[in-house]
Design a protein around this ligand. Structure first.
Ligand code: DX5
Ligand code: ZN
Length: 218
């Protein structure tokens, strides 16, 4: 099943509620929420109060991407604020297995994210428990960056590995996905597609429909 996960990092925060309504109306079911701590990544974005506040008016699946050092400190709180999926970076966790357990215990689904230069082998011993793997296709920290082409074989390889498993694990691709790169990531085997600027630049509804149309071929 393919899903678009619209990243609100590119939204107009002055109209955040309205724009989320439009995303929902256009038929998108996932909302990608980028939390940055200014340590794991250079920038600082949003946190608990924003998530708790938009949760009150939205039934979308909240896909929370923690670009945060030692994210285990905040897992329970993000779950309480309304996160449905909590994704942590391999590079930011000292005890990845424990953090995944903590996410599950808090009632959310668990995702694990990899930076472009991080190898898939770092996932070898958690593949029996993760619900989703997020492959970054830009260096995390900012929206609107260019898709890194050398990540494509990595998506393909992860799809191959997952196909050999007994269980389903979603593959989410995040960074630089737009009308020019979407075909590449779908063809490589991603099924959850994050898009920020490609949704919020121009007509939101039209942009979402463009993605959905591309999904229908897979
Ligand atoms: C980047 C974030 C992304 C970002 C993607 O660090 O993790 O989710 O919002 O933005 P676009 O789609 O503009 O590349
Ligand atoms: Zn993200």
């Amino acid at each position: 099943m393919h899903q678009l996960s619209t990243s609100i990092l590119a939204a107009d925060f002055n109209k955040l509620g309205e724009q989320i309504k439009e995303v929902e109306k256009a038929g998108c079911q996932w909302l990608h929420i980028d939390v940055m701590d200014g340590m794991f990544v250079p920038s600082i974005s949003m946190g608990m109060p924003v998530i708790a506040s938009i949760r009150k008016n939205s039934r979308l699946f909240f896909d929370v991407h923690l670009m945060v050092e030692n994210p285990e400190r905040y897992v329970e709180e993000f779950a309480r604020c309304g996160a449905d999926m909590i994704t942590v970076h391999v590079e930011a966790c000292n005890h990845l297995d424990r953090t995944i357990e903590l996410i599950h215990d808090s009632g959310a689904k668990a995702g694990v994210a990899l930076n472009p230069a991080t190898s898939l082998t770092t996932l070898d011993h958690v593949m029996d428990k993760v619900d989703m793997v997020l492959l970054m296709t830009v260096n995390p920290g900012f929206g609107g960056q260019k898709y890194i082409e050398s990540c494509t074989p990595k998506i393909r390889e992860l799809r191959r590995r997952i196909n050999n498993l007994e269980r389903e694990i979603d593959i989410e691709v995040d960074g630089g996905v737009n009308d020019a790169t979407i075909e590449t990531v779908l063809e490589a085997g991603a099924n959850i597609i994050v898009a920020g600027s490609a949704v919020f630049k121009g007509d939101i509804t039209k942009n979402i429909h463009m993605f959905q149309e591309r999904f229908s071929k897979y």
